[in-house]
Design a protein around this ligand. Structure first.
Ligand SMILES: Nc1nc2c(c(=O)[nH]1)N[C@H]1C(S)=C(S)[C@@H](COP(=O)(O)OP(=O)(O)OC[C@H]3O[C@@H](n4cnc5c(=O)[nH]c(N)nc54)[C@H](O)[C@@H]3O)O[C@H]1N2
Ligand SMILES: Nc1nc2c(c(=O)[nH]1)N[C@H]1C(S)=C(S)[C@@H](COP(=O)(O)OP(=O)(O)OC[C@H]3O[C@@H](n4cnc5c(=O)[nH]c(N)nc54)[C@H](O)[C@@H]3O)O[C@H]1N2
Ligand SMILES: [Mo]
Length: 754
């Protein structure tokens, strides 16, 4: 495959034209221009400012991802014959890409014990089956999972339904995503989300980007990074992989950038996977040695600095260098740039949270920001770069195992009920409970809980142990083939821009957007709100909530305004159509919502020990590598749109990206087939590819590589270590030509998981 010189640019433009041809460009243009929040990442485009606009009204803000998602939603509906023709065994042989492009799910379908095929059933039958399961098994035997695309309204109703039914087994995909950020920020600052607005980021002198690949996953952040550089500011990238788009990116909507490309990183350092704490500690040490800290801020606004500073001073540079994989000069260079910057924003993504020390990673970032007083003033702060377009709103609405006390109190008062006090379960805990037979049913609102789960073999078993699995989805995914219970239902949902009434979403900058909805593209699909309220109405007799009335979303918003802190303004959006910034979350003054108003440093020692523990296990031997599982340019989580990963110059997905030194050291060759083994499983016939990644580390794509990821979690955030899997490689002579070029290895062939 041809290697590109820059991310974005003409490749992105050409792709756009190709997508547009697929569904006719004026239809796509119209669809993209409606007033609906963009469906992909949580940067939050669209809404009332009109399609393709950001929070500052800039137009056009388009990215390949939003087009991919839109074109997929514009596909024709699956006909009943599809399920007659393709058995469940056939679905298992389809790749994530083939499943996605099969078409929109158009009718409820069902598979029971011994069924070889899904068959169409009526909505009435589907509802009756779910209500029977919920009533028979009871609230401690069913769990609710929510992905991050649903609206605030659907999310609020889902958790309210679950709680009035009597369970706290409610969670969302953030447990596999940014939960570590929420946990750590709450501990340090008393708030769990970004402390900055988009304006702050646009105005900052220095952006430190840690563990993320926004060129592919948040493309519209690239314009902001480009602008920082154009103003003479700096962008420091910390990433074990040299990501082309973070070195140079052509912002397609900027003529100068499109023609000549824009340099993004002013400094690029490549630590080991999991080496961020030693690296950031090194930067902290250099700041201390050069007295580049903000003493006034530290005294007035923080707690615990002295202890932290002592620990950092005591560290040995050689150990820091060895553990981080980065030279002392590089760390000192970061400290100097940071020390000179008037304002700095720290942004991070999954390279930070997907570790068994993910929460500690985030605390370390907070420590570094506090050292120079970079939280609580304009142009400076913290930005967890969120994933799904409304994952933050789903959390705000209370789709979580534990509600904030304030929300419980308000709900109990408003509704005159007592909410369940039994402990809730996070996502992995629900999967474990399923595997052990402690729960009997699951309702998944969006997402692909099977495909996103670590340890695919285990996930397959866990689902198979459930009596009824209900999926509410727009398109088919691997979960519908591999995540089956004894009985499985798939219900077709309307996408955001097909909702019969307006809905709202929350961006990673705590900005709430209002989506108009639009005409349905799939006749029999229903809105998530209709599905939830119908189930609630049928299951909960004498409910204090009139579920029929809850189908009117302005009424739901009125309730959210009374219940969810910071969301008061949502009560009037139907009249004003005014989108708003959530109160109490952005900090331009150094006073924080902790008990004493001060921000807290974390100790270094416990984090340091965890990093040491995560170092090579003794049994991995000299052939061991540390594996991260990552997204390609052509996918959205478990949904694969195309097999190519263009910025990384890869044409297929059944590959392992390795440093050329490791390839030579292990006696392997490029394009040789290997067997990749981890404590969780093994994958066969994977192709070795030479790549610019820190030696000792390797990368493969999710969701396929979830066969290899063990299900251990960070104890604080319950997030799996998706980016830190110890693997060994061995040559795999078995070569099967039937797989050549397929780019996808069916799970059964790698894991024998049938
Ligand atoms: N197109 C597209 N957009 C998306 C998504 C998608 O799948 N496709 N997914 C959405 C979602 S839900 C999310 S959460 C985000 C994900 O966005 P990202 O977090 O950018 O996605 P990943 O591919 O998981 O990439 C992680 C990056 O972290 C680096 N990394 C891995 N381990 C480490 C480490 O130990 N330290 C450091 N410093 N870096 C490390 C990898 O090299 C890689 O560049 O994107 C959202 N947007
Ligand atoms: N190995 C490994 N595993 C990972 C990760 C990793 O980096 N490595 N990343 C993790 C992360 S960050 C996340 S967020 C999770 C993602 O986990 P999930 O959010 O559970 O998975 P997605 O792949 O985003 O879900 C895709 C499905 O959502 C459905 N969908 C799309 N739009 C809508 C809608 O509007 N309504 C409804 N009802 N359904 C819709 C489609 O049917 C599609 O098949 O995966 C995690 N898993
Ligand atoms: Mo995510």
């Amino acid at each position: 495959m041809r290697r590109l010189k820059s991310g974005g640019g003409w490749a992105a433009v050409k792709y756009t034209l190709r997508m547009a041809n697929r569904v006719r460009w004026w239809r796509l243009w119209n669809a993209m221009s409606t007033r609906n929040t963009c469906k992909t990442c949580a940067l939050g485009m669209g809404g009332q400012q009109g399609g393709m606009r950001n929070e500052q009204g800039h137009w056009p803000e388009v990215c390949k991802k939003s087009l991919q998602a839109m074109v997929a939603d514009m596909q024709d509906g699956l006909r009943p014959e599809f399920f007659e023709r393709y058995s469940i065994a056939d679905l298992k042989t389809l790749s994530p890409r083939e499943l996605e492009w099969s078409g929109r799910i158009a009718q409820p379908v069902f598979a029971g014990p011994g069924d070889t095929h899904y068959r169409v059933l009526s909505w009435e039958d589907a509802y009756a089956r779910i209500v029977r399961q919920l009533a028979d098994a009871g609230p401690q035997q069913n769990f609710f999972y929510c992905s991050g695309r649903s609206s605030n309204e659907a999310a609020f109703l889902l958790q309210l339904f679950a709680r009035l039914y009597g369970t706290n087994y409610v969670n969302n995909c953030s447990y596999y995503c940014h939960q570590a950020s929420g946990v750590a920020l709450n501990q340090a600052l008393g708030t769990g989300t970004a402390t900055v607005t988009l304006e702050d980021v646009e105005d900052t002198d220095l952006f430190i980007l840690i563990g993320g690949n926004p060129a592919s996953n948040h493309p519209r952040l690239m314009r902001t990074l480009m602008n920082i550089r154009r103003r003479g500011g700096h962008v420091i990238v910390i990433n074990p992989i040299r990501e082309l788009g973070l070195v140079n990116f052509s912002v397609p909507s900027d003529v100068r950038s499109l023609l000549f490309g824009s340099e993004i990183a002013s400094q690029y350092v490549q630590p080991h996977i999991g080496g961020d704490i030693p690296l950031l500690a090194g930067v902290a040490k250099a700041l201390l040695e050069r007295r580049l800290t903000d003493a006034k801020f530290l005294n007035q606004a923080t707690e615990g600095f002295a202890g932290f500073a002592e620990e950092v001073r005591a560290l040995d540079w050689d150990e820091i260098v060895r553990r981080s994989g980065v030279s002392r000069e590089d760390m000192e260079q970061i400290a100097l740039t940071y020390g000179r910057a008037r304002t700095a924003v720290f942004g991070w993504t999954m390279g930070i949270t997907h570790h068994l020390h993910g929460s500690e990673n985030v605390r370390m970032i907070v420590n570094l920001a506090l050292m120079r007083g970079m939280i609580g003033r304009p142009g400076a702060g913290l930005l967890p770069i969120r994933g799904h377009s409304n994952v933050q709103g789903i959390g705000s609405m209370g789709v979580a195992p534990a509600l904030k006390q304030q929300i419980i109190d308000r709900l109990e008062e408003l509704l005159g009920v007592s909410l369940p006090t039994t402990p809730g379960l996070d996502t992995m805990a629900c999967m474990e409970a399923a595997a052990e037979g402690r729960v009997r049913g699951a309702i998944c609102l969006g997402g692909n809980l099977f495909g996103s789960n670590p340890d695919a073999k285990f996930a397959h078993r866990a689902f198979a142990n459930l009596d009824l699995v209900t999926y509410v989805n727009t398109t088919l995914n691997t979960g519908h083939a591999w995540g089956l219970g004894r009985e499985t239902l798939i219900l077709p949902a309307l996408a955001r821009d097909e909702e019969p009434q307006p809905t709202t979403q929350e961006s990673m900058f705590n900005f709430v957007r209002f989506s108009d909805g639009g005409p349905s593209r799939v006749a029999e699909a229903k809105s998530e709100v209709e599905i939830i309220t119908t189930l609630a109405e049928r299951l909960l007799a004498d409910s204090p909530v009139n579920w029929r009335d809850m189908r009117e979303l302005s009424g739901v918003r009125a309730m959210i305004a009374r219940i969810i802190p910071g969301y008061e303004a949502i009560g009037s959006v139907d009249v004003t159509r005014k989108e708003f910034q959530i109160g109490g979350r952005t900090f331009h003054q150094p006073v924080f919502p902790t008990a004493d108003g001060r921000a807290r440093f974390s100790e270094l020692r416990p984090a340091w020990e965890k990093v040491a523990q995560a170092a090579a296990p003794s049994d991995s031997g000299p052939g061991g590598l540390r594996l991260m599982t990552i997204r390609s340019e052509g996918q959205f989580n478990t949904v694969v749109y195309e097999d190519e990963d263009i910025y990384r110059g890869q044409d297929r997905r059944d590959i392992i990206l390795m440093n050329s030194d490791d390839i030579a050291r292990l006696g392997l060759a490029v394009d040789q087939r290997v067997r990749v083994s981890s404590p969780a499983g093994e994958m066969r016939r994977i192709l070795v590819r030479d790549f610019d990644i820190r030696a000792g580390n390797a990368a493969m794509y999710l969701p396929e590589a979830n066969v290899l990821v063990p299900r251990d979690v960070d104890q604080q955030s319950k997030t799996p270590g998706f980016k830190s899997v110890w693997i060994t490689l061995s040559p795999d002579p078995a070569s099967e030509d039937s797989l050549a070029g397929a780019g996808f290895v069916p799970l059964e062939q790698v894991a024998g998981a049938r």
